[in-house]
Write a protein that binds this ligand. Structure first.
Ligand code: ATP
Ligand code: MG
Length: 364
């Protein structure tokens, strides 16, 4: 097998800072686990705009299409707030998602025991929590036509959005969820509103069909999305993989995220169609943004980006055991009491720097 390739797009703000820590980990895997990556780096967001006048150069886009995985830091910052919409840093990320056709957005909600007190929920409700929300990312009400604000027949203004899903759009994200479930707890819960929405009726039918024909051994259940939100807060550990549409996924993944604590801890993956090697096109990134308020101060928590790399190990490089190893190291440093500033409670304490956290994880 050829050396797996990884394109790093560190971006803006704290992006490059947290990526420096990921590089330490990649180097460690090369030196200690004989697991080498063909790593290239390029610009995205404001950093690309500064050099190329666009937030994502065509050559960078082409590279992203070729590699086994892309790891992105963050884009944007106050310096770019007044730019024209067409060259805003965020447009670089949107272009990547769109041209790579990354229709399946994975947001794990995983609670490290050492941080269980951080949750707004009772400790026993979240301790040991490990669920995955799969959100459809390229269709649904955020894209459906017709849309717009216009004057209707009775002379009143009217805002319109349209929820639309085709069978193939539902089937491909369902497959993505079932594939994940096979590597995890073998359980999928599909959420929609089949009681009031036509697209929900089709969603339920197609998810069931993909299950029956291709993944009969995975346990499948269906839930209305409102009830699902309630259950997520009541007893989240009942779930393994949740698959849902773009709108409900937007809401439910934010709810699930807050079950576990800080923004600085949350990784994500966006997956597309399988490539020739059978693995999906993929972009991994922390959920947090460029955090301009703390950029350049060595305060950023690198764990979200490090856990995003762990997801890449698992889903793009077929290195599940090494991903476990990395996640265990994160767990260990947290159990040892190491905290970046964002992980300090109101009682305070002495936080460690971005690079001290990275070093500790490498050592662990
Ligand atoms: P974007 O629009 O890019 O999503 P945002 O303004 O919504 O950005 P973030 O940049 O994610 O949000 O930052 C929100 C808050 O969380 C900020 O106060 C920031 O300092 C904090 N924060 C975000 N990421 C981290 C991190 N990795 N470590 C520590 N604090 C963080
Ligand atoms: Mg934001």
């Amino acid at each position: 097998m050829s050396t797996p390739s990884l394109l790093i797009l560190a971006g803006d703000g704290i992006g490059p800072e947290v990526m420096t820590e990921v590089r330490k980990i990649i180097d460690w895997f090369g030196a200690k686990r004989d697991l080498a990556f063909d790593v290239s780096e390029d610009l995205v967001g404001g950093a690309a705009y500064d050099v190329h006048g666009v937030p994502l150069a065509d050559e960078t886009m082409a590279k992203a299409q070729e590699v086994d995985a892309v790891l992105l830091g963050a884009v944007g910052g106050p310096k770019y707030d007044d730019l024209d919409f067409s060259v805003k840093p965020e447009r670089g990320l949107l272009r990547l998602r769109k041209e790579m056709d990354l229709y399946s957005n994975l947001r794990p909600a995983q609670c490290f025991d050492a941080l269980a007190d951080f949750s707004s929920l009772k400790k026993d409700v979240v301790a040991g929590l490990d669920i995955m929300i799969v959100r459809e990312l390229t269709s649904g009400i955020y894209f459906g036509e017709p849309r717009g604000i216009s004057v209707n027949a009775s002379g009143e203004r009217e805002g319109v959005n349209t929820q639309r899903y085709t069978e193939s759009e539902i089937a491909r994200v369902a497959r993505s969820a079932f594939e994940l479930a096979k590597r995890r707890g073998n359980k999928v819960c599909s959420m929609e509103k089949a009681n009031v929405m036509e697209s929900g009726i089709l969603w339920r039918e197609i998810v069931q069909k993909v299950h029956d024909e291709e993944y009969p051994d995975v346990e499948l259940s269906h839930m209305y999305a409102d009830a699902g939100g309630m259950q997520l807060c009541r007893w989240p550990k009942q779930f393994d993989v949740i698959v849902t549409d773009n709108l409900f996924g937007d809401l439910l993944s934010d709810v699930a995220a807050m079950l576990t604590g800080s923004l600085g801890m949350l990784p994500s993956a966006s997956l597309g169609a399988p490539m020739e090697n059978g693995r999906p096109k993929a972009l991994y990134e922390p959920v947090h943004g460029s955090a301009p308020d703390i950029a350049g101060q060595g305060k950023a928590n690198p764990i979200a980006c490090i856990l995003s790399f762990a997801m890449a190990l698992r889903y793009s490089f077929d290195q599940g055991a090494e991903a476990d190893r990395l996640e265990k190291a994160v767990e260990k440093v947290l159990a040892d009491g190491l905290r970046t500033a964002d992980l300090m409670g109101p009682e305070g304490g002495s936080p460690v720097s971005t690079s001290a956290m990275g070093d500790a994880i490498v050592a662990a």
